[in-house]
Design a protein around this ligand. Structure first.
Ligand code: NAP
Ligand code: HSE
Length: 338
C-alpha cells in the first residue's frame, strides 16, 4: 500500500447494498478515507451515495486498480472471494463483513491474516465487538465455554413470535429492515450463525476447525412452532438460537441450535447479539446490535480507521487450545425441532 503524505486512504468497495451504502454515508464525514470505486450489479439502480457516476462500476479490475484497501460488503462465496484473493495476492489489506466467505474459504484469507492484513470485526455481531476480544484479550483467559446469540434475523423473528406476529410476517420485516441475508435460508436455517461461530471457534480454540463439521451440527429456527416459543414464556423464559463451543470428552464441541433460556439468563436480555465467554479469568458478557446497515457499517469503519492508523488486523490462533478436563459446563435445554 503506497500512500504519499497525508493523502486519504483510497477505498475500493465490493457491494453498495444495505451495509455498503451505510458505509459510504459514514465515510463522507471521514476526510482520511475516500471511496474511489465500488462494484455493483446494476449501476443504474438509485443509491444514496455521492457521485455514483464516478464511483460505481461493474468491472472488478477498476476497483482493484484504484484502491489502497479493498472493502468487501458484497457477500457470497464465489465472485467476492475471487476478487478478494486477487487483492490479497496484490498485497492490499482487506476489510470484510462476509462471514460466509470467511467460514467456508478461510484458506484464502489465512496467509494475509497472519500478516495482519485482514480486518473482519463486522463479520460477527456487526458493530458489537466480538472478533477483537476473542482474538485478543480473552486469549489470556483460557476458555472453558462460549455461548452466543449470533443471528439478528432469528433474534428478531423469535421476539416477534413472542408478541404474536406470524413467522412469515416477522421474516418479511427482518428483510425490510436489512437484517436478513440475500438468501434468508442462511439465517433461519442456522447457517449464518454457524458461519460466525466457526470464525469465533477458529480464533478461540480450534484454528483448523472444518466448516462442514459445524454445518452438520447446525439446526435453525425454520421448524420452530409459535407454540414452542410461547411454552418457554410461561415461566418467564425465552427461545433463542444459540451457538456454543464446549469441551466434551477431550475435544471442542461446536453446535448451533434453538435452546430454552430460563428467565434472567444473560443471553435472554433481548439484544440481537450476545456473547457469553467463560474462561479462567471469569465470565464476560458482550451484547448489542447484531445486524443492520449502519450497525454493521460502523464496525467496517472502525476496521478502516484501525488500518489507517497502522494497527494490524486480528491474527489467527497459532495452535489448538487443549479443552479443559472436568470443567463444569452449562447445559442449555435444546428445543426439540426434529
Ligand atoms: P446486500 O444489501 O444484498 O448488498 C449486496 C451488494 O453487493 C449490492 O450492492 C449488490 O449489487 C452487490 N453484488 C451482489 N452480487 C454481486 C455481483 N455478482 N456482482 C456485482 N455486485 C454484486 O447485502 P448486505 O446486507 O449489504 O450484506 C453485504 C455483506 O455483509 C454480506 O456478506 C453479509 O453477510 C454481510 N453482513 C451483512 C449484515 C447486515 O446486517 N445486512 C451484517 C453483517 C454482515 P446491486 O446493488 O447492484 O444489486
Ligand atoms: N443476516 C445477518 C443476521 C446479518 O441476521 O445476523 C448480520 O450478520
Amino acid at each position: 500500500m503506497t500512500r504519499p503524505g497525508d493523502s486519504p486512504l483510497r477505498i475500493g468497495m465490493l457491494g453498495v447494498g444495505t451495509v455498503g451504502s451505510a458505509l459510504a454515508t459514514l465515510m463522507q464525514d471521514r476526510p482520511e478515507l475516500r471511496l474511489v470505486k465500488a462494484l455493483v450489479r446494476d449501476v443504474a439502480k438509485p443509491r444514496k451515495i455521492a457521485h455514483p457516476e464516478a464511483v460505481l462500476t461493474t468491472d472488478p479490475d477498476e476497483v482493484l486498480a484504484e484502491a489502497d484497501v479493498l472493502v468487501e460488503v458484497m457477500g457470497g462465496t464465489s465472485l467476492a472471494v475471487d476478487v478478494t484473493r486477487r487483492a490479497l495476492d496484490a498485497g492490499l489489506p482487506v476489510v470484510t463483513a462476509n462471514k460466509a466467505a470467511l467460514a467456508e474459504r478461510w484458506d484464502v484469507y489465512l496467509p494475509a491474516m497472519r500478516e495482519g492484513r485482514v480486518y473482519f470485526e463486522s463479520s460477527v455481531m456487526a458493530g458489537t465487538p466480538s472478533i477483537e476480544p476473542v482474538a485478543g484479550i480473552l486469549r489470556g483467559s483460557s476458555p472453558l465455554e462460549l455461548h452466543a446469540v449470533l443471528n439478528g434475523t432469528c433474534s428478531y423473528i423469535l421476539q416477534q413470535l413472542e408478541g404474536g406476529t406470524s413467522y412469515a410476517h416477522a421474516l418479511a420485516e427482518a428483510q425490510r429492515l436489512g437484517y436478513a441475508e440475500a438468501d434468508p435460508t442462511l439465517d433461519v436455517g442456522g447457517f449464518d450463525a454457524a458461519h460466525k461461530l466457526t470464525i469465533l471457534a477458529r480464533l478461540a480454540v480450534t484454528p483448523d476447525l472444518a466448516w462442514e463439521d459445524v454445518k452438520r451440527a447446525t439446526h435453525g429456527i425454520d421448524r420452530l412452532t409459535p407454540g414452542l416459543v410461547h411454552e418457554a414464556m410461561e415461566d418467564g423464559g425465552r427461545v433463542q438460537l444459540v451457538g456454543s463451543i464446549t469441551p466434551r470428552e477431550g475435544a471442542w464441541h461446536v453446535t448451533v441450535r434453538p435452546v430454552y433460556l430460563p428467565a434472567g439468563h444473560p443471553l435472554a436480555a433481548g439484544e440481537s447479539a450476545a456473547l457469553l465467554y467463560r474462561g479462567v479469568g471469569g465470565e464476560v458478557l458482550i451484547t448489542g446490535p447484531g445486524a443492520g446497515g449502519v450497525e454493521t457499517a460502523s464496525a467496517v469503519l472502525g476496521d478502516l480507521l484501525a488500518l489507517a492508523s497502522g494497527r494490524p488486523g486480528p491474527t489467527p490462533l497459532s495452535r489448538p487450545v487443549v479443552p479443559p478436563a472436568n470443567a463444569a459446563i452449562e447445559e442449555l435445554g435444546e428445543v426439540d425441532v426434529a
